[in-house]
Structure formats: C-alpha cells, structure tokens
Design a protein. Structure first.
Length: 273
C-alpha cells in the first residue's frame, strides 16, 4: 500500500476492501461480502457489515457507487456496484491514473463484474474444499502470454483469466474467456485459433509443462450450444483444447479439476491434421 489510510478507517477490513476494489476495478457489495466472508460468523453478518464498511470508504471519498443497471451474469438486476475514486486508487497503487466509470460502457462494466465473479467463486471454493490445496486466479494483464509468430513478430494472447489449482491427486490449469453473448461466434472461433497458435509455439509447455484447458464461460445453454457448434465446425481447431461451459458448470471445475469435466461441454467436429 503506497499511502496511509485515513485514521478513522483503522480496521484492517477497510484496507482489504479497498485493495479488492482497486484490483478488480468493479465489484458488487455481495461479491465483496462473499470474498471476505471468512472474517464473519455468517453470510448475513458479512453482508450487513460489508455494506457498512463500504459506506465508510465512500464517506471518505475512497470508493464511489456506480449507479448503473447491469445485465450479463446478473441480468436485469440493479446491485450496488463499487469502483475506486482517484484518491482510493492512489492510496493503493501510488498512481492517480485510472479508468473513470462514466467513460466506460455498460457492456465493459458487465464483463468486468463477471470476471470479478470468477474470482469470487474461486475464493469461496478454496475455503469450502479441504481437498483443494491451491487455487490461484490471475487476471489481466498478468495472465497474458507473448510468443513469436512468422518472421519474428511477437503475438500477445490475452485471456481474461488464468486459473491454476492443485488437489490431493491432480494439478490443473485453465485459460478462461468470459463470454457475454455480445460477440459474433466468428470472433470466438478467431480467438480460439489464437489459443491454438500459442499452443503450437510450445511456450506454455516450457513454462509449466502442460497447456491449460481453454474454457469459454457463457451465460446460458443457448449460447453454449451455439459456440460448441461454431468451434466444432472449424476443422483447423483441435477440439480437445476447448470447453464451452455455463456458470453452473464452473464450480466443479474449480473444485475438482479435470475430474469435474462434463463431457457434453466439448465441441464436436472433425479436425484437419
């Protein structure tokens, strides 16, 4: 932490909440109460006290409430959404440079909240699963990968998230693309081809010894069926690299690793050698 918190905010939870909001850029009250829930005796107590602490941070102009209606993973709802102020961002990072919420689209905020939800589910899953020894979630840009393509040019692969876990019996890893059903499936196929190009570079094997499974995380079964068909129809793609999952299928993959895979999530189709 670069600067001191105001003297009135002397409880460690204030700094923890501010750090989380700066890290994730946008969070709901409910997400923050779930991530920090281990500090409280019950989920009800966590929700109540988290809301109170966030109001204190807002009072001291470290956080601001973003009054937007969101869709996506929480379609049609109006949750309390928080983002850091310039002052709050500077306390944590030492920099005043930040993205102003009023300059960002609703789609961008929706997507960012959905990414935060993956972090939230991972935190809950790790706490609730004794067999899970490790579960690390890395966001942008730290999860990006650079590799060489033709004539020495550098290509950057930009996953939304990287997840690495370790159970008593298994090590697993995923690249996650949080899909909001707003992009043409053709762009999903193109991004899948970018993953395959990175796989062929061999760079990930050098770093970690194996290539993560690529998960397309989608909002509903209709979108899942559509993306499976489009990825499956692209003969240049190695189908075994990809899975298309809905939100209810994510937790088993975080908790159980590859043993939590549902065979129905795999795209079907021929692959040209």
């Amino acid at each position: 932490m670069s600067r001191r918190m105001p003297a009135e905010l002397d409880h460690p939870i204030h700094a923890e909440l501010l750090e989380l909001v700066v890290r994730f850029r946008f969070c709901t009250t409910k997400q923050l109460s779930r991530i920090t829930g281990h500090h409280y005796g019950s989920s009800r107590s966590a929700a109540r006290q988290t809301a109170r602490h966030l109001k204190s941070l807002q009072h001291h102009e470290l956080l601001q409430s973003v009054g937007r209606r969101v869709g996506g993973w929480q379609r049609g709802s109006t949750p309390a959404i928080w983002s850091p102020t310039t002052r709050g961002h500077r306390i944590i990072t030492g920099s005043s440079t930040r993205q102003r919420p009023d300059a960002l689209s609703t789609d961008f905020i929706d997507h960012t909240l959905a990414v935060t939800e993956v972090h939230t589910l991972a935190a809950e899953t790790l706490r609730q699963t004794p067999e899970l020894q490790q579960l690390e979630v890395t966001g942008e840009p730290d999860c990006w990968r650079k590799h060489l393509i033709g004539l020495g040019a550098v290509q950057t692969l930009k996953p939304d998230l990287e997840v690495r876990g370790l159970t008593n019996t298994d090590e697993f890893a995923y690249f996650i693309e949080v899909d909001m059903a707003t992009e043409n499936p053709g762009r999903v196929v193109k991004k899948s081809q970018a993953y395959q190009a990175y796989w062929r570079s061999g760079e990930e094997d050098k770093r970690h010894g194996f290539f993560p499974l690529v998960l397309w995380l989608v909002p509903d079964t209709k979108r899942a069926d559509s993306l499976r068909r489009h990825i499956g129809a692209e003969k240049s793609l190695a189908k075994e690299m990809f899975r298309v999952i809905t939100w209810d299928q994510l937790t088993p993959l975080l908790r159980d690793g590859l043993t939590g895979l549902d065979p129905s999530t795999s795209p079907k189709g021929e692959t040209t050698p």
